[in-house]
Design a protein around this ligand. Structure first.
Ligand code: ARG
Ligand code: ZN
Ligand code: CA
Length: 364
């Protein structure tokens, strides 16, 4: 059983959260907005967890994943032209962008990438062991401010086997909130392997994180389940590999399954769209259970605290002149060769050099 289905059966808090989120989403989606929603940018932290140096994927590979997300969620993907004609008008710009965080939870500057060496050869999607330092992974950063992505070479569901990835829907526990992706399917370069090397495992899993359901309705091939989106066809089961259009199930002809949707299971080069209805669901999540991301400071640059250090001129007069020059350049605190002094720009205040001089005298 998938982790999500298992949690619905065993975790009553999760179950009631999911029901509440579902009815909120339905109300939100039916209250049609007048204008397209604002473009929002989600701060992302990528936790790279590796056993060998080869598994420690490069910054460039991480960035290639962010770039792929920014194409897919903004309808800027190069393969849009492959959408079959009858589905073209349903393809949506979700108006969500992603960027690596520049401010860590403790307020310090960050690359938005953490790196953790581990002795574990694989991580378990039911145990969520990659999400905790105590079990060989890395702890989540606050889900209120960041989308947490974890990547390691091997991710295993104990009942299914190796996974490309898995996600937690809105409504789950904070400590495990986010998305896990195999490094063999992460980004578009480095260790990413065809046919999962277009970054679309993350596109799919982050779809879940934004509350999107599988397009076939998770009903194991019946025609009774739904993804609760009005503009995706009713479809029997997931599709794998590279199906040929049209693939008719559940009497959904003539166009058949929308297998080229990111929320199916086809190869990366065979999926290329979200629908307008899916975009509305994802946006509803941003107005509900994911709303705190909109006011995150994760993308607010930390001001540089690099001190200005003066070379020490020989004479006292030369030192004074140098201080005055620094002040003119906007420095507020400089090291004058003896101690840190506060200087004010001559442009803002007159008598700057005098202020600095007075302080220096006092400190001597
Ligand atoms: N959770 C799914 C799996 O592990 C992800 C499928 C992603 N599909 C893709 N073409 N990237 O199989
Ligand atoms: Zn899925
Ligand atoms: Ca179905």
């Amino acid at each position: 059983m998938e982790a999500h289905a298992q949690m619905l059966e065993t975790d009553t808090v999760y179950r009631s959260n999911r029901l509440a989120i579902e009815s909120f989403t339905a109300a939100r989606v039916s209250a049609k907005a007048a204008a397209p929603p604002k473009i929002v940018k989600i701060p992302v932290v990528v936790h790279v967890v590796y056993a060998s140096a080869a598994e420690n994927i490069s910054d460039a590979q991480v960035k290639s994943q962010i770039d792929a997300l920014n194409r897919d969620y903004r309808k800027k993907n190069a393969d849009l032209g492959k959408i079959p004609a009858p589905f073209k008008s349903r393809a949506a710009d979700v108006r969500i962008e992603f960027a690596l965080a520049v401010r860590a939870p403790n307020g310090s500057p960050t690359t938005g990438i953490t790196r953790t060496q581990t002795t574990k050869q694989q991580f378990d999607s039911h145990k969520n062991d990659i999400k905790f330092a105590s079990t060989g992974g890395h702890d989540a950063w606050s889900r209120d401010k960041y989308l947490n992505l974890w990547t390691a070479k091997t991710i295993v569901d104990p009942q299914v086997g190796a996974l490309l990835g898995y996600a937690q829907f809105p409504g789950g526990a904070a400590a495990t909130d986010g998305v896990v992706i195999t490094s063999d399917g992460f980004g578009t370069q480095g260790t990413a392997q065809a046919p999962f090397n277009l970054g679309r495992t993350a596109t799919h899993e982050i779809g879940h994180w934004f509350n999107l359901l599988h397009i076939w309705g998770d009903d194991a091939g019946a025609c009774t389940g739904s993804d609760n989106v009005p503009d995706t066809p009713n479809q029997a089961d997931h599709n794998f590999n590279k199906p040929v259009f049209p693939h008719v199930t559940c009497g959904n002809g003539p166009n058949g399954d929308m297998f080229m949707n990111y929320m199916d299971y086809v190869d990366d080069d065979t999926m290329f769209m979200f629908t307008v209805g899916q975009a509305a669901r994802a946006r509803a999540a941003l107005n509900g259970p994911r709303a705190s991301l909109l006011t995150s400071d994760g993308l607010t640059k930390v001001p540089s605290t690099t001190p200005v250090v003066l070379k020490l001129p020989a004479s006292a007069a030369a030192r004074q002149a140098a201080l005055a020059r620094q002040a003119d350049h906007g420095a507020t605190r400089v090291f004058d060769g003896v101690g840190w002094v506060t200087v004010k720009s001559a442009a803002k205040a007159t008598g700057t050099a005098k202020t600095a001089t007075t302080r220096r005298r006092r400190r001597r």
